[in-house]
Design a binder for this molecule. Structure first.
Ligand code: ATP
Length: 296
């Protein structure tokens, strides 16, 4: 079934979407392993076959060391995030924040140590089962040339239109949607109606919301959005991570207001994991302002 689905996707998706990143497709079709193979991902991780008990969403790294080929990136990283806790990852560029998210999504396995979800080593799990519980929203949102519906579902018809609309509303795209000439059938993406950078990010969250993940991995956009779009995106992220285990790479100090804890990642090490600083006490706590975009 999955292989058939992937061929259907290949046949129906325009070339541009096949050759660009397929992260979002994986998010939506978590169990479609073949998408990965067909799309030619270089690093295919072996499948452990195990399933996760429902509702178990804690996350932990134990002594994790990782290098891209021979480039060391993470060195003996250990931390635990209990289920339902929201954590911002901060630290200078290149410190390893995105790599931590990618390892949780099992795009890479550690050379030493263990990455666990719900107390289970992710290598023992079925990759699709893991990815159906975890969503990874990266900065490069992938809008395909197709309808809004195609862009939300990537041709998977398991969601009724009402659910698609609810998701669009929930991320704050309701007004934008109301102005579309053909509703869910409106063509968007390359060669059609454009979306602003902020709207693209919201679309990515609407997609992610459809899968109702237990664990959310989010890389906040570092590019400047206008202040209104930025606030709107932050409010949406806040609602999205509420009640879920969340790891959010924060590029703005304001983002710390929507999390419980702050993890500082520097030069491949977790330097600290502490409750977020109290915004009313006038100090930054452990959070160096140089970690954020536009600060020096
Ligand atoms: P940023 O905020 O800039 O994304 P980061 O803290 O998320 O930084 P990572 O993206 O995890 O850091 O990257 C850590 C290091 O690994 C960097 O030096 C980066 O250049 C390197 N790196 C990242 N991806 C790869 C890759 N696919 N192959 C080789 N090196 C990589």
């Amino acid at each position: 079934v999955f292989a058939g689905l992937s061929y259907a996707i290949l046949l129906r998706m325009p070339l541009v979407s096949i050759t660009s990143r397929f992260q979002d497709v994986q998010n939506v079709l978590g169990s479609v392993r073949r998408v990965e193979e067909l799309f030619g991902e270089a690093h295919i991780v072996p499948d452990g076959g195990g399933t996760l008990a429902p509702g178990r969403g804690s996350v932990s790294f134990t002594g994790v060391t990782f290098a891209y080929e021979d480039r060391p990136v993470l060195s003996d990283v250990s931390f635990t995030i209990p289920a339902g806790r929201r954590v911002a990852l901060v630290g200078r560029s290149g410190g390893g924040k995105s790599t931590i998210l990618r390892m949780l999504f099992r795009q890479y396995d550690p050379q030493a140590g263990t990455v666990s979800v719900g107390g289970v080593d992710v290598r023992r799990l079925d990759v699709g089962a893991l990815r159906s519980r975890i969503t990874l929203v990266t900065q490069d949102v992938h809008v395909i040339a197709g309808t809004l519906r195609d862009n939300l579902t990537f041709y998977d018809d398991r969601w009724p239109d009402e659910q698609l609309l609810r998701s669009v509303e929930e991320v704050g795209l309701g007004t934008w949607y109301a102005a579309l000439p053909d509703g869910l059938d409106t063509r968007i993406g390359p060669g059609a109606a454009g979306l602003s950078a902020g709207e693209e990010q919201l679309l990515a969250l609407a997609r992610a919301l459809l899968t109702d993940p237990d664990i959310v991995l989010l890389d906040e956009p570092s590019a400047r959005l206008d202040p209104h779009a930025e606030r709107r995106l932050r409010r949406t992220m806040e609602r999205f991570i509420e009640g879920r285990t969340a790891l959010v790479i924060a590029h703005r100090p304001e983002t710390l207001t929507i999390v419980d804890d702050v993890m500082v990642v520097e030069e491949g090490r977790v330097v600290s994991l502490t409750p977020r600083p109290d915004p009313t006490d006038g100090t930054d706590g452990p959070v160096d302002q140089r970690f954020f975009v536009g600060r020096s």
